[in-house]
Design a protein around this ligand. Structure first.
Ligand code: ATP
Ligand code: MG
Length: 360
């Protein structure tokens, strides 16, 4: 969790600093005041990238050369300093002054999840987001997941390069063998991570949607076949396309809702609730594995939800007991738990609202 945060020249935030509550924090302000910018800056400090998929160059305030983010973070019994600077010479990342660990060290020091108005894409969008979701859980639950994932990516790149170079079958076969070994490792790690999350997924599904959710991991190749055989049979097509058509990089997580395919749910609000239930379950699973509270960023959670749905979502959030930074147009909509910190933002300038004034 994060105790002190500072953003300089990040989007519309010229110099924003806030001392955060370890529990609930609410940022409110009008449209275009800087609410999303603030959450994006916090997420950037824990991920080294934008959660909206914005390019880093566009996050530097117009007319400025660089942005700088700083955070004081409690992780287990230690306080750590996180710093990120993006300038013309690239991205610089430091954890306690050390730049060795790169972005992975940020993610380890400040694990966080985001629910924003685009969250429904986790259900309605393509498989890549669901793979990322599963890999995020695995990264925190499975000790060697990051290593397995990186080794797999390298093998995929090498096999694809051999395919594009129209290398001989012997060369491609030797890359395939390596690719299969690393695919199995990644696949098993993802399956264990999903297994660890299943109970939370069902519970949050019931709490938020009042129904049974189903999650079926699809590994990225025919489940009744061995990957090496699938690759060998498909080698001509792989050569034609210059890329590997089967493997864990094609995996998906099929979600069912009341035994129907969730992607086909008509209502956007239900998609948002379902995706939010998944994010809360992932957060809970990682919290249990890491034995510490995570940071949850809620950008305009009230958007698209009726009162009852919003109440269920916020009750689920409260049950997690994580640190929350939420945004809202209107401070009264989300309700303010005891001990919450309230901030007003106007044209990129943040002001803490004293406790006596935030009883409304
Ligand atoms: N690189 C940048 N430099 C300066 N200003 C920027 C930059 N990028 C975005 N902005 C501006 O920051 C302002 C705040 O945007 P932000 O998305 O944070 O608002 P918001 O409070 O979340 O609004 P809403 O309630 O509509 O979601 C916008 O006016 C936007 O144009
Ligand atoms: Mg916004």
């Amino acid at each position: 969790m994060i105790r002190l945060f500072r953003a300089t020249n990040f989007r519309c935030l010229e110099n924003a600093e806030l001392a955060l509550s370890p529990q609930f924090n609410l940022i409110y302000g009008a449209n275009a005041s800087g609410k999303t910018s603030l959450l994006e800056a916090m997420a950037y400090l824990g991920r080294g990238k934008s959660f909206r998929g914005a390019s880093t160059a566009n996050l530097v305030q117009h007319g400025k050369d660089e942005f700088v983010l700083f955070g004081q973070v409690d992780s287990l019994s230690r306080t750590r300093s996180l710093g990120v600077r993006n300038s013309r010479s690239g991205l610089e990342v430091r954890v306690d002054g050390d730049s060795e660990g790169g972005v992975a060290a940020l993610a380890e020091a400040l694990p966080l999840q985001v629910i924003d108005p685009e969250v429904h894409n986790l259900v309605a969008g393509g498989p890549e987001q669901r793979r990322r979701f599963l890999d995020w859980v695995a990264f925190h639950v499975e000790q060697d997941h990051l290593l397995a994932w990186r080794r797999f990516r390298r093998a995929l790149k090498q096999r694809n390069a051999a395919l594009r170079a129209k290398s001989g079958h012997a060369t491609i076969h030797s890359w395939s063998a390596e690719f299969v070994a690393l695919s199995d490792e990644l696949d098993e790690s993802r399956r264990r991570a999903l297994g660890a999350a299943l109970e939370s997924l069902s519970e949050f599904g019931r709490d938020l949607l009042g129904t049974e959710l189903g999650f079926d991991y699809q590994q990225g190749w025919n489940k009744d076949r061995r990957l090496i055989e699938v690759l060998e049979e498909g080698v001509e097509r792989d050569l034609q396309l210059g890329s590997t058509q089967h493997g864990p990089h094609r995996a998906d997580l099929k979600i069912s809702y009341d035994q129907k395919q969730a992607r086909k749910l008509v209502s956007r609000g239900q998609q948002k609730l379902l995706a939010s239930a998944m994010i809360l379950a992932a957060t809970e699973t990682a919290q249990t594995a890491l034995e510490r509270p995570l940071l949850l960023l809620l950008d305009d959670p009230a958007a698209e939800l009726d009162n009852d749905s919003l109440e269920r979502l916020m009750a689920g959030v409260a049950r997690l007991g994580c640190q929350v930074v939420a945004t809202s147009l209107d401070p009264a909509v989300l309700g303010m738990p005891v001990g919450a910190a309230l901030f007003h933002v106007e044209r990129g300038v943040l002001t803490a609202v004293p406790a006596a004034e935030n009883r409304a």
